[in-house]
Design a protein around this ligand. Structure first.
Ligand code: KG4
Ligand code: ZN
Length: 355
C-alpha cells in the first residue's frame, strides 16, 4: 500500500509518500518561517497564498523522490482540518484533484489524528494507548482506542502549551517559533531562580491551564533590568526559560499521572504512553515524562523530533490506517476549521473551577 499525504493546515507546506509497511519514501516540508517572521506569528492570508504557490511543486518533488507515479498510489490523504481554513482548502482541493484525475481513494485526515497515530508509524504500538498531544493549538490527554476512536480525559482551559512557549519567546525577544528557542536558551539556565506557578498541580482531573504561568513570566520579564542595548541579559533569559520549562514540565507530569491512572483503570492490560505534537520535540519535556511513565509501569513512546512537528508523513500514515478500515471520504468533503478528536467530550470551560 502506498499513500501520498498532504499537509497545509498551518504554516508548513508538506507532502510525503509512505507505505503500508511503514517506510517513509519521501517527506518534504517547506517552512514558511521567513514569510511570517516579520509578524511574530502566523498570518492566515500569507499562509494560504504560500501554500498555493508551493504545494504543486512540493507534491511533484515528493513523488519523484519516492520514485512512484500517481498510478501506483493506493490513495491520497490530506489534513482536512482543524486549522487555518485558507490553507486547509488549498490542500483539500489539490488532494481531491489528484484523487479525481487518477481515480484514487480520497482520505480526509484530522490533523490531530495525524499526530496521534505517528507513534504507530515509527514504533510497534498497539491500541489502546494514552496520548499526550501537545502542540501549538492543542494540549490534550486522550485514550486512543483505535482509528477514529478517541476519549478525551483533559484539555487546556486556556492556552495550549506551544502557544505559551511562543509567547514567552516573544516576551524575551527570542525568535519564532518560540519552542525551540526557549528550549535552547533554557539549557544554560537555572530552573530554580524564578518561582513560577505550577498550574492545576495537585488538583483532581486531567485538565491543563497555562495562562497564569504565562502571566507570571510576563511579570518576571517586566521586573528584569533592561540589559545591554537591544535586549535582556543572556543569563536572565536562560534562567527564565529554564524556570518556565521546569514549571511546564511539572504541570505535564502531574496531569499525565492522573490520566495514566484513569487510563489503566479503563484498560488494565495496556502499557503505553505516547507523546506527540510539536512540543513533544522538546527533549527536556520528553525526559520529564519518563518519570510518570516509570512510576505507573508503562513505556513512553515519543516519535523522532522531526515527526513531532507538523509534517505530511503523519497525514499519509493516518490515511493508510483509514484506508485499511475503508474510511475514505467523499469528494464533496468540506474542509473543517474545527474538528475535535472526541466530539462527545464534555466542555472544559470552568472545569477547573470549584462552584
Ligand atoms: O504540531 P505543531 O508543529 O503545529 C501545530 O499543530 O500546532 O506544533 C507547533 C508548536 C509551536 O508552538 C512550537 O513553538 C512548538 O510546537 N514547539 C516546541 C518545540 N518545537 C516546536 N515547543 C517546545 N520545545 C520545542 N523544542
Ligand atoms: Zn500539528
Amino acid at each position: 500500500m502506498i499513500v501520498l499525504g498532504i499537509e497545509t493546515s498551518c504554516d508548513e507546506t508538506a507532502a510525503a509518500v509512505v507505505t503500508g509497511d511503514r517506510r517513509i519514501l519521501s517527506d518534504r516540508i517547506l517552512s514558511q518561517l521567513d514569510e511570517h517572521r516579520p509578524f511574530g506569528g502566523v498570518v492566515p492570508e500569507v499562509a494560504a497564498r504560500a501554500h498555493l504557490e508551493h504545494l504543486d511543486g512540493l507534491v511533484s518533488e515528493a513523488m519523484a523522490e519516492a520514485g512512484v507515479g500517481f498510478a501506483e498510489l493506493d490513495g491520497v490523504a490530506v489534513a482536512g482540518g482543524p486549522g487555518l481554513i485558507g490553507g486547509v482548502i488549498v490542500g483539500v482541493m489539490t488532494a481531491k484533484a489528484i484523487a479525481a484525475v487518477h481515480g484514487l481513494p480520497f482520505l480526509a485526515v484530522n490533523h490531530l489524528e495525524g499526530h496521534a497515530l505517528t507513534a504507530r508509524l515509527t514504533d510497534d504500538v498497539d491500541f489502546p494507548y494514552l496520548l499526550l498531544l501537545v502542540s501549538g493549538g492543542h494540549c490534550q490527554l486522550l485514550a486512543v482506542a483505535g482509528v477514529a476512536s478517541y476519549r478525551r480525559f483533559g484539555t487546556t482551559l486556556d492556552d495550549a502549551l506551544g502557544e505559551a512557549f511562543d509567547k514567552v519567546a516573544k516576551m524575551l525577544g527570542l525568535g519564532y517559533p518560540g519552542g525551540p528557542e526557549v528550549e535552547r536558551a533554557a539549557e544554560a539556565g537555572d530552573p530554580k531562580r524564578f518561582r513560577l506557578p505550577r498550574p492545576m498541580k495537585g488538583r483532581p482531573g486531567c485538565h491543563f491551564s497555562f495562562s497564569g504561568l504565562k502571566t507570571a513570566v510576563r511579570h518576571a520579564v517586566a521586573a528584569l533590568p533592561p540589559g545591554s542595548p537591544g535586549g535582556f541579559d543572556a543569563g536572565d533569559v536562560a534562567d527564565l526559560c529554564a524556570s518556565f520549562q521546569a514549571a511546564a514540565g511539572d504541570a505535564l507530569v502531574d496531569r499525565t499521572t492522573n490520566a495514566l491512572r484513569r487510563f489503566r483503570d479503563l484498560h488494565p492490560g495496556s502499557d503505553t504512553l505516547v507523546v506527540a505534537g510539536g512540543v513533544a520535540a522538546n527533549a527536556y519535556l520528553r525526559a520529564r515524562l519518563a518519570t510518570p511513565a516509570e512510576a505507573e509501569g508503562v513505556r513512553l513512546i515519543a516519535p523522532p523530533q522531526r515527526l513531532c512537528t507538523d509534517n505530511a508523513a503523519m497525514i499519509a500514515w493516518a490515511g493508510i490506517e483509514r484506508l485499511r478500515l475503508g474510511l475514505t471520504a467523499p469528494l464533496d468533503f468540506k474542509p473543517r476549521p474545527r474538528w475535535p478528536l472526541d466530539p462527545d467530550a464534555p466542555p472544559a470551560a470552568f472545569a477547573g473551577v470549584k462552584a
